[in-house]
Design a protein around this ligand. Structure first.
Ligand SMILES: [Zn+2]
Length: 79
C-alpha cells in the first residue's frame, strides 16, 4: 500500500523520529520512533500516535504527530 500515512516502521526505516506538538499550549517534542514502536507497535500510523499521547506541558490529549522531516531536506509541499 502506497500513499497512506507513514507508519512507525516506515520512519524508523528512514531514520526519522516523531515530531509531536500540543494544539492547546503549543508545547512540542521529538520522540524516538523506536521507543514508540515498542509501545504501540511498528504498524501504528504516525498521525495516530498523537491520540495515545498526553501533553507533558498541560496534560491535554489534543496532541498531533508527524514524521520529523529534516529541515532543509527534500520536502514536497502541495498548495
Ligand atoms: Zn499542552
Amino acid at each position: 500500500m502506497r500513499g497512506g500515512p507513514a507508519t512507525l516502521a516506515d520512519i524508523i526505516d528512514q531514520r526519522l523520529d516523531v515530531f509531536c506538538w500540543c494544539n492547546r499550549c503549543g508545547h512540542w517534542a521529538v520522540l524516538p520512533a523506536e521507543g514508540l514502536a515498542r509501545q504501540m507497535g511498528p504498524a501504528m500510523a504516525v498521525p495516530r500516535v498523537g491520540a495515545r499521547l498526553v501533553c507533558s506541558g498541560c496534560s491535554s490529549r489534543d496532541v498531533s504527530t508527524r514524521p520529523d522531516w529534516p529541515s532543509g531536506g527534500v520536502v514536497s509541499r502541495h498548495g
